[in-house]
Ligand binder design. Structure first.
Ligand SMILES: Nc1ncnc2c1ncn2[C@@H]1O[C@H](COP(=O)(O)OP(=O)(O)OP(=O)(O)O)[C@@H](O)[C@H]1O
Ligand SMILES: [Mg+2]
Length: 496
């Protein structure tokens, strides 16, 4: 008898069938991978198990018994917890208060017993070897640390099954390794994990079994040992993935489009000088915290403390003026799309137009037809899964939100484009489309600076890669010398 069994689970949302008779089973004490394109239904399946959503049809069995987790609390009572990617706690309460919320220890007078509170939280954190001060406010933690607290909450309240939804998508390399070690420890203790991720290497390193969803349907479940990344990708997208050699590499590059000289910030970066030519994609590598995103933000004029000189297209620009940077033709796809890139209350079409309002309007009126045509074109290219372009962005799956944010900047016709982690949270099929799109933009003559933490994508796409460490540029590697080892050495600052 399977440990955990989904039987013909169906879930509908207005305009979409997120899950269509999904049946799969999960063995006790294993780490079970869930993969699929953006909008395939992974988060929805996890949320149904964790009591966030209720299935329209079908049943879930645990140890043979039908269970009905109709609220997160009910799921918790059944030993099921979910680690969400989004903030799940109150940022202005301490770790201890969050961990004991709903069951605060009290003393004889009815006051919250601070010492007991701290001790209980400490024990929960210790149970997963998390070295965090229980008195720290949640709001001061990094994403990785907050995740640890979520896991401590799950384990501390006796969870036997934990769903982790894209747990590593915003973790540093170090934090990722720590999370892996923790997952292995939990498994050794007999816990069962359901692990959602787009990072194939991760799934193959960590999981025992893998289930593939496509368009809300279950396609296959295999033992990791019996399948290959190539086979999984084919199952996910329903066809072979073609990877082409970038075209722009075969063109001669044009004049300098972005020239940065001596860009300096009192604490974040120092003396950064670089140039990007028309027709090239320059990679920007570094570990999390190296200062790459900070440099990008400063180039757009978002940092009042940055100094240095800047030339965009043929315009000398004062560093620190957003208006001037935008007008000169700079576009930036920011790293944190949820907070900086999208208006969750607006629909897909409106979000898509946000960065291009002047170009898309005439005498203050939106040119609707044009707006719609452009939005449709990008939706098609990026394989956007949304009931329609009029759907609110807030209800889209995580990856599809990313696609809207990306389209918004690609819609804007700029001569210099900085993209910060453009494929984060995006499925393999759409990633290939994004690479192809960036390649075409470069071949058309745009100058592109691409920040990414995924070395394979920089290696695949760029003509050269700049490496930043500790706020300084520490090297440039030409395509002929690309290798992950060489780049890692520069990024980490260790000798060859
Ligand atoms: N609350 C909601 N309201 C309306 N539609 C929703 C809601 N939640 C999910 N959906 C829709 O259900 C489908 C499946 O979404 P889900 O979030 O499960 O995808 P996913 O596989 O997790 O994708 P991603 O990799 O992008 O995170 C999508 O079409 C999405 O737009
Ligand atoms: Mg999701």
């Amino acid at each position: 008898m399977p440990y955990l069994e989904f039987n013909a689970i169906t879930k509908r949302f207005p305009g979409v069938r997120a899950l269509d008779r999904v049946s799969l089973s999960i063995e006790r004490g294993t780490c079970h991978a869930l993969i699929g394109e953006n909008g395939a239904g992974k988060s929805t399946l996890g949320k149904i198990l964790a009591g966030v959503y209720t299935a329209d049809e079908g049943e879930i069995r645990l140890d043979g018994r039908v269970i009905q987790p109709d609220s997160p609390l009910a799921a918790r009572a059944l030993g099921i917890a979910m680690v969400h990617q989004e903030l799940a706690f109150c940022p202005n309460l301490s770790i201890a208060e969050n961990l004991c919320l709903g069951d605060l220890p009290r003393n004889r007078l009815g006051w919250v017993d601070r010492a007991a509170l701290r001790a209980r939280a400490r024990a929960m954190l210790d149970s997963i070897h998390a070295d965090l001060d229980p008195d720290r406010l949640i709001g001061t933690l990094s994403t990785g640390q907050e995740q640890l607290v979520q896991i401590a909450a799950a384990v501390g309240t006796g969870a036997q099954i934990i769903v982790m939804d894209e747990p590593t998508s915003s973790l540093s390399a170090g934090e990722t390794q720590e999370l892996f070690a923790l997952v292995r420890k939990l498994k050794a203790r007999g816990l069962t994990l359901i692990y959602v991720s787009h990072r194939m290497e991760e799934l193959f390193a960590l999981c025992d079994n893998i289930s593939v969803l496509r368009d809300g349907r279950h396609v296959a479940t295999s033992r990791i040992a019996d399948t290959t990344p190539h086979q999984v990708v084919t199952q996910m997208i329903g066809r072979e993935l073609l990877v082409q050699e970038p075209k722009h590499l075969h063109r001669t590059r044009g004049p300098q489009r972005l020239v940065v000289d001596g860009l300096t910030h009192p604490t974040r970066f120092r003396d950064v000088s670089l140039a990007v030519h028309a027709g090239e994609i320059v990679g920007f590598a570094g570990l999390v915290g190296a200062g790459r995103s900070e440099v990008a933000q400063a180039l757009l004029g978002l940092d009042p403390d940055a100094t240095g000189t800047l030339r965009i297209a043929d315009n000398e620009i004062a560093v620190g003026s957003i208006d001037a940077s935008l007008r000169a033709g700079l576009g930036l796809l920011p790293e944190d799309r949820k907070r900086q890139g999208l208006v969750l209350g607006l629909n897909c079409r409106e979000n898509n137009s946000l960065a291009s309002l002047p170009a898309l309007s005439r005498a203050g009126w939106m040119r609707r037809t044009e707006e719609r045509t452009i939005a449709q074109r990008f939706a098609k290219r990026l394989n956007l899964k949304a009931p329609s372009l009029e759907t609110g962005v807030g209800t889209l799956s995580g990856g599809n939100q990313q696609k809207v944010a990306l389209a918004k900047w690609l819609t804007r016709d700029c001569s210099v484009l900085i993209v910060d982690e453009p494929t984060r949270g995006i499925d393999v099929g759409a990633k290939a489309e994004i690479y192809q799109l960036l390649d075409e933009l470069a071949a058309e003559g745009k100058a592109i600076l691409m920040i990414s933490s995924e070395l394979p994508e920089l290696i695949g796409l760029c003509g050269r890669i700049l490496v930043m460490r500790g706020g300084r540029l520490v090297g440039e590697v030409p395509r002929a010398e690309f290798s992950e080892a060489r780049l890692m050495q520069l990024m980490a600052g260790v000798a060859a």
